[in-house]
Design a protein around this ligand. Structure first.
Ligand SMILES: O=C(O)C(=O)C[C@H](O)[C@H](O)COP(=O)(O)O
Length: 212
């Protein structure tokens, strides 16, 4: 689990993916890898998530996680499919405990001090700060991080090329999540060349220096 966390911290970006069809998973994975970002958070927003995770995890050259995980049952489905991390929009004790049972990294959502404390109580070291922009943006992350010197944050939601560096400049920010390099329509239309270009641009924008 610490390897997965370190990997996310090295890449600094977590593409948040919505796949309408698992048939697109392979092309998307190729584009992300070719663009220099072998990372994907495949959201359970669509029925294609489980099979897409399976396809991407089987390659062995990507950090594949599940997003929008709301229940322990979804943790099981994602872990069975090969996901190595589980991202939730909020904090659920049941989801975090199931992740621990299954040996997969939990990244629960937290935007308040109480949510951070509840997560820390269960041994969580890194939380998703979601939805980042509407919850106060980089200034809010900075203020929330101040009392939690051992907690790392992955701001997600409204992050894009204009503000990504503001978040990454905060020492407690481990990585940021975003969908701007993997637009759902481009994936659905099979325009993986454009996804690769957007991915390479995103990688160039944030640089590759590791913080951990
Ligand atoms: O449903 C979830 O649990 C999510 O994963 C939410 C996503 O992280 C954001 O929707 C991505 O935000 P944008 O980069 O603004 O598109």
């Amino acid at each position: 689990m610490s390897d997965v966390l370190a990997g996310l911290g090295r890449h600094r970006l977590v593409p948040v993916v919505v796949l309408d069809s698992a048939a697109d998973a392979s092309g998307l994975a190729d584009a992300l890898v070719a663009g220099g970002l072998p990372v994907a958070e495949v959201t359970f927003r669509t029925a294609a998530a489980v099979e897409s995770i399976r396809v991407m995890a089987k390659r062995g050259d990507m950090l594949v996680g599940a997003g929008t995980v709301l229940t322990p049952e979804q943790v099981d489905q994602a872990a069975d499919a090969g996901a190595s991390y589980i991202v939730s929009p909020g904090f659920s004790r049941e989801v975090v405990l199931r992740c621990a049972e299954r040996g997969v990294l939990a990244l629960p959502g937290a935007v308040t001090a109480s949510e951070v404390m509840a997560a820390v109580d269960l041994g969580v070291t890194t939380v998703k700060f979601f939805p980042a922009e509407t919850s106060g943006g980089a200034a809010a992350v900075k203020a929330l991080a101040a009392p939690f010197k051992d907690v790392r944050f992955v701001p997600t939601g409204g992050v894009g090329p204009k503000n990504v560096r503001d978040y990454l400049a905060i020492p407690s920010v481990h990585a940021v999540g975003g969908s701007w390099m993997v637009p759902r329509e481009l994936i659905a239309s099979g325009d993986f060349d454009q996804v690769r270009r957007l991915t390479a641009d995103a990688v160039a924008l944030v640089g590759r220096e590791a913080l951990v």
